[in-house]
Design a protein around this ligand. Structure first.
Ligand code: A2P
Length: 329
């Protein structure tokens, strides 16, 4: 890698590396090896969540690196998220403490509310694998508990994920400590231009998940994102001819062009990979620049909300009063 990492600066002065490692659906041995390889390559921003069931494995690898002295805690930027079953004020501290225990850390750099929809705090194993909606989710009281985590030193910054503009605004208006970051689906087919402009006006940075458009096959089971494949937009960003042409011109891969585009929009990107070659490739996007012409051609690939791939983790979520994705943005 010849280029230099770029950073997003939060309103509170904390800096987030603009390229991080996504870890959704990365489990077991795979994730430990991936974190090891990623740290070796130079990744310092790692994105996980209670929901991904991999914090303990990530924590083991981080501890190994921190104990060895090869890396210092202040060089890392670790993000995790409150699970959907924890979307009540009284649950926040318990869940963050558990995440910190598993990650073997004293604090996270960024703690996000994973989703505006809340579920009851019942283990699906005790309930015939059913997850029950909690229809009383209240973001304002929930946010106060999030602020308490900053006060207690367990989180340096706090933010939101999958919230729409109206929901972000409500939290922002009530906040004593403002949200520093919004993490949402964002890629060349779903560019979120209105939501980005809205966040810019509130000084909230944006991080895009599935920046490559999630070309991989989802694992089966309840952890998978449930999609109606007949209504699913094409996930062919990686083979799109416009992307290929720009990639050839810069002697880069299509994945690198897709990631560079997100970064050049001023948005953080967290591509997931457990393959060392692809990890290296995805990190190597700081030694070239897309021209204004390239940026314009890529902007034209936006399909607006028709390009959205992630809707409901489970179909019942769409019945919740805080289901976010019916709004225009
Ligand atoms: P793998 O982990 O085997 O590398 P997204 O972050 O948009 O969800 O994309 C992640 C998916 O894309 C994973 O299935 C990952 O598989 C694959 N992937 C990650 N980086 C690359 C790349 N540079 N080229 C091709 N596929 C990639």
């Amino acid at each position: 890698m010849t280029g230099k990492m770029e950073y997003l600066t939060f309103f509170n002065g904390h800096k987030m590396p603009i390229l991080g490692l996504g870890t959704a659906h990365a489990l077991g041995d795979d994730i430990e090896k991936a974190i090891d390889a990623a740290l070796e390559i130079g990744y310092r921003h790692i994105d996980t969540a209670r929901r991904y069931n991999n914090e303990a494995q990530i924590g083991r690898t981080l501890k190994k690196w921190l104990d060895s002295g090869k890396i210092k805690r202040e060089d890392l930027f670790i993000v995790t998220k409150l699970p959907l079953t924890g979307n009540r004020a009284e649950c926040v501290e318990k869940h963050l403490k558990q995440s910190l225990h598993d990650l073997q850390l004293d604090y996270v750099d960024l703690y996000l509310i994973h989703h505006p929809v809340g579920f009851q705090d019942v283990d699906p194993k005790d309930n015939g694998e059913e997850m029950l909606l909690d229809m009383n989710t209240d973001h304002v009281s929930l946010w106060k508990a999030m602020e308490g985590q900053v006060d207690a030193g367990r989180a340096r910054s706090i933010g939101l994920s999958n919230f729409n503009a109206r929901q972000v605004k409500r939290v922002w208006q009530s906040a004593r400590i403002k949200p520093a970051n919004l993490q949402v689906e964002l890629h060349v087919y779903f560019q979120q231009s209105q939501l980005r402009a809205f966040c810019r006006a509130l000084d909230i940075t944006v991080c895009g998940y599935i920046p490559l458009g999630a070309p991989g096959v989802r694992p089966p089971g309840r952890a998978a994102i449930t999609v109606d494949t007949s209504k699913q937009p094409k996930r062919d960003q990686m083979t799109n001819p416009v992307v290929s042409q720009i990639a050839q011109k810069h002697r880069k891969t299509n994945a690198q062009v897709l990631l560079r585009y997100v970064v050049q929009l001023g948005v953080a990107a967290i591509p997931k990979s457990t393959n060392p070659d692809r990890l290296r490739q995805n990190f190597d996007v700081f030694d070239f620049e897309l021209s204004a012409e390239d940026m314009e051609a890529l902007e034209q690939l936006d399909k607006g909300s028709a390009g959205r791939q992630v809707r409901a983790f489970i179909p019942e979520m769409a019945n919740h009063p805080e289901y976010p994705f019916n709004a225009h943005y």
